[in-house]
Design a protein around this ligand. Structure first.
Ligand code: PMV
Length: 374
């Protein structure tokens, strides 16, 4: 068979929120109850890479995650993202641009086998293969990088002339936090006010180059699958937590302004203060949920104690914090710090959290890295 095959590969890193997204006001469109802000990582350790291929000989859309096929069932998230991108391809390119590439395929009717058909690319089934180079669904933001890579690879396949913010509208419908992985550096997800979600998108606060000294150390406390998924956890919190309502109205709007100002001024002390406060409050609303949700474990809490003590000494000496912990929906710690403190903090962690067989190379344990390009 001689059919034109189109293929594109894209890769996206995880992002780790400093101001946490927790709660949906629309569960289908994935519209959040508050804005959030994150840092996109650059390290090769925490990335999803996705290849999409359109081939007229395929019978339907299919997707494999780490080699295992996942069902694409409408109106699920995967099906929604794929359908949205096909729609954009149709609207933005094929309807307007006559020169848009079309797929030339063999006729499907044997009698006309020599006739070639011209098919619009948006109607051709796609096969998608996605790989995470780190544990999936262990609170390491795999859905964020996964949906960002999926959307980016289909956007490349369809040659969509869309900005990252426009693509973030689609990635958001796969997994809320995925919208922020369309950008590198420091990224805000503006919650938006419209019911159709068209203003609930990611915007760049500052590029990576603005503050290249910023580093994130990922301490993998456990890479087991997490207990309560973010989807069901959020739903329960929205239904039962009074503290969440206080957070949405009175806390997050102020913190969004504070952290944006801290990033713009490269004020690590202010960045660290608000990042840790927001991690604490996110875990407090999880605890305030009925029944309560615990994402951190004893090791997570011991790492908090270590960073608090490390900062206490730093504040005594210089008046400023040197590290910030943050935890998502799992026990793994992310420690933000500036380049000059990375070695010291890794050595501290290795000292206070010795491993039974010892660390061969402590730096191997940390999927740490500078802030990424997205
Ligand atoms: O995008 P989701 O559904 O995986 O939710 C992510 C929620 C947190 O990671 C806990 C916070 C955030 O803003 O990333």
């Amino acid at each position: 068979k001689t059919a034109m095959v189109y293929q594109a590969t894209a890769s996206a890193p995880v992002n780790i929120a400093c101001i946490k997204y927790w709660g949906k006001r629309d569960t289908k469109l994935i519209l959040p109850t508050n804005s959030s802000l994150s840092v996109t990582l650059s390290q090769d350790h925490l990335r999803s890479t996705t290849t999409s291929r359109a081939d007229p000989s395929f019978s339907k859309d299919r997707l494999w995650l780490n080699g295992k096929e996942e069902e694409i069932v409408a109106p699920g998230r995967l099906a929604t993202c794929i359908a949205e991108l096909k729609k954009l391809r149709k609207e933005l390119v094929e309807d307007k641009d006559e020169s848009a590439p079309k797929v030339i395929a063999d006729s499907i009717l044997p009698l006309f086998a020599l006739l070639k058909m011209i098919i619009q690319l948006s109607t051709v089934p796609v096969h998608i293969a996605s790989f995470n180079n780190f544990p999936t669904a262990a609170g390491l933001a795999s859905s964020a990088s996964g949906f960002a890579a999926l959307v980016s690879s289909l956007a490349a396949l369809y040659a969509l002339p869309c900005s990252p913010s426009t693509l973030s509208l689609i990635a958001r419908q796969g997994s809320g936090s995925a919208c922020r992985s369309l950008f590198g550096g420091y990224v805000a997800w503006e919650q938006g006010v419209l019911d159709d979600g068209s203003d609930s998108l990611a915007v760049e606060v500052a590029p990576r180059s603005h503050w290249p000294e910023m580093h994130a150390l990922i301490c993998v406390v456990s890479d087991d699958k997490k207990g309560t998924s973010s989807t069901s956890g959020m739903q329960r919190t929205v239904q039962t937590s009074e503290l969440l309502q206080h957070r949405i109205k009175h806390v997050v709007p102020k913190r969004m302004k504070e952290i944006e100002a801290a990033i713009k001024a490269k004020d690590f002390d202010a960045f660290a203060k608000v990042t840790m406060a927001d991690s604490n409050q996110f875990h407090a609303v999880a605890l305030d949920t009925e029944p309560p949700i615990f994402y951190m474990n004893d090791v997570s809490r011991s790492i908090i104690a270590l960073i608090v003590e490390y900062n206490r000494v730093a504040i005594e000496k210089t008046g400023k914090r040197k590290a910030a912990y943050t935890y998502d929906a799992g026990p793994n710690a992310v420690i933000y710090t500036l380049q000059e403190n990375v070695k010291e903090i890794v050595e501290l962690i290795v000292k206070y959290f010795p491993q039974k067989d010892g660390f061969k190379d402590p730096f191997q344990l940390f999927a740490g890295g500078s802030v990424g390009e997205g």
